[in-house]
Design a protein around this ligand. Structure first.
Ligand SMILES: [Zn+2]
Length: 233
């Protein structure tokens, strides 16, 4: 193995390691993030509060109607029961019964409104409940896949680290230091392939003699333009 090919192998492993670490972090972030479920839980909670209020309003409206009907029944019983004989009193009772019936219409309208509101809120609650259940299921499925991927990545990183250790054995000490410095300076790519007589990173066309030196592999040859180490492949 030439000095350049050893470094190239090291770089391949480092790039793969970097990508794996990035994906691990990404997965950990996604696993932590359950914003959608939290949001839907809040929505459901609010609707349930609304539903409770609608149930109370409905019961109260129902009670008002029942009470009014009982009042009317009592008044009519007095009216038609024959206990009231005085025409003036009879007239007053009739008016009272009419007024009670008129108000019953208002109370029945209110009850109807309360029923509609209750139905609508129940429907909203069911919709919100279903949305939350779905989100929890989707999250669980996603998390299952991600957990599996996470596990595989950790095993892969372990394997790559072992391979890196092995690869380092064939890298000359000074070359490794040079490689680390270049990687830091040149965005992770310290060593690049020669492609169609040029540096594959910056495109500089390489002289024939330079290419020969690269191919011989005994020396480290840098690109005259971007400074990367060149590797014939
Ligand atoms: Zn270059």
């Amino acid at each position: 193995m030439s000095r350049a090919s050893s470094l190239y192998r090291l770089q391949e492993l480092d790039i793969e390691l970097m990508n794996s670490h990035e994906r691990v972090e990404e997965i950990q972030q996604i696993l932590k993030d359950n914003k959608e479920v939290v949001r839907l839980r809040d929505v459901l909670e609010n609707i349930e509060t609304e539903l409770k209020a609608a149930q109370i309003a409905h019961s109260a409206a129902r009670l008002d109607v029942d009470t009014q009907r009982a009042k009317i029944e009592r008044t009519e019983k007095t009216l038609y029961g024959g206990s009231v004989q005085n025409p003036k009193e009879l007239h007053e009772r009739q008016q009272e019964a009419e007024s009670l019936r008129r108000y019953l219409v208002t109370l029945e309208d209110r009850l109807l409104e309360a029923m509609i509101k209750l139905d609508e809120t129940q429907e909203e609650r069911d919709t919100a409940d279903a949305a939350l259940t779905r989100a929890v299921e989707i999250q669980a499925l996603r998390h299952k896949d991600l957990n599996l991927e996470h596990e595989k990545l950790l095993a892969k990183i372990e394997r790559l680290n072992a391979e890196r250790e092995a690869a380092l054995a064939s890298v000359v000490q000074g070359d490794q230091e040079l490689y680390e410095v270049l990687r830091k300076r040149l965005g992770g790519r310290a060593i690049v392939l020669v492609h169609e007589d040029s540096c594959s990173a910056c495109g500089l066309v390489l002289a024939h003699s330079v290419q020969q030196s690269i191919r011989s592999g005994s020396d480290i040859i840098h690109c005259g333009q971007c400074g990367r180490i060149l590797y014939a492949g």
